[in-house]
Design a protein around this ligand. Structure first.
Ligand code: HEC
Ligand code: HEC
Length: 153
């Protein structure tokens, strides 16, 4: 009986792991300040360590912008990202330059989103997580906290 209850509990709790990605409690302030100023401070688990290394090595020309940080801050952010990076086998390749939005995992999780939606001016880009995930800042990517701009799916 006890065992059954435990299994039922796990069954409910497990899927939630995929949609809860809060920043770790020891996230350096530099990450939020430097990497959350132009866009959402992406959870480190969404890219593999080697992809974060390439991202950090290419900040001079970062998607057409210049996002360099001083050397000490760069080391701190890189160490944080690599320590909390995701499993490359589960994520899949991220392209060059690495994009969360190009990983097989991201594509799979968003297969219901139409091409038209990604191009909508209210979304602008798939990288703009907060356009749909209203709980993203709190680490929630739950389907219960998604608001699609009206008329889209
Ligand atoms: C000066 C502005 C700026 C800063 C600062 C900045 N970024 Fe970006 N970042 C961008 C732009 C612009 C894009 C491309 C967004 C798009 O395609 O919609 C981008 C995209 C990304 C992507 C890919 C998103 C995707 O499509 O999956 C990652 C990963 C990323 N940034 C990480 C970082 C990290 C880590 C830092 C801090 C070291 C950082 N960014 C700081 C402007 C910035
Ligand atoms: C156009 C709106 C939109 C944008 C932009 C968007 N998503 Fe999503 N996301 C969705 C939808 C719709 C789902 C599927 C919900 C479902 O069916 O469970 C989803 C699912 C997810 C899931 C899976 C949650 C689970 O239950 O396993 C994660 C994780 C996620 N998104 C992360 C992101 C991240 C990170 C970004 C930005 C890099 C992003 N999304 C950008 C709409 C969006």
């Amino acid at each position: 009986m006890k065992r059954l209850a435990l299994i039922a509990l796990l069954g409910c709790a497990l899927p939630a792991f995929a949609d809860r990605m809060p920043l770790p409690a020891n996230t350096p302030a530099s990450f939020k300040n430097e990497c959350g100023s132009c866009h959402f401070a992406y959870p480190p688990a969404l890219l593999a360590a080697k992809d974060w290394q390439r991202t950090m090595a290419g900040l001079k020309d970062h998607f057409g912008t210049e996002a360099t940080v001083d050397a000490k801050t760069g080391l701190e952010i890189a160490a944080f990202l690599e320590r909390n990076a995701g499993n490359p086998d589960k994520l899949g390749t991220a392209g060059e330059p690495p994009r969360i939005t190009q990983t097989a995992r991201f594509v799979r999780k968003h297969r219901e989103v139409s091409a038209k939606t990604w191009r909508d001016p209210r979304i602008k880009s798939a990288a703009n997580c907060e356009a749909c995930h209203r709980g993203a800042a709190n680490g929630s990517f739950s389907e219960h906290e998604i608001t699609m701009p009206s008329g889209l799916r």
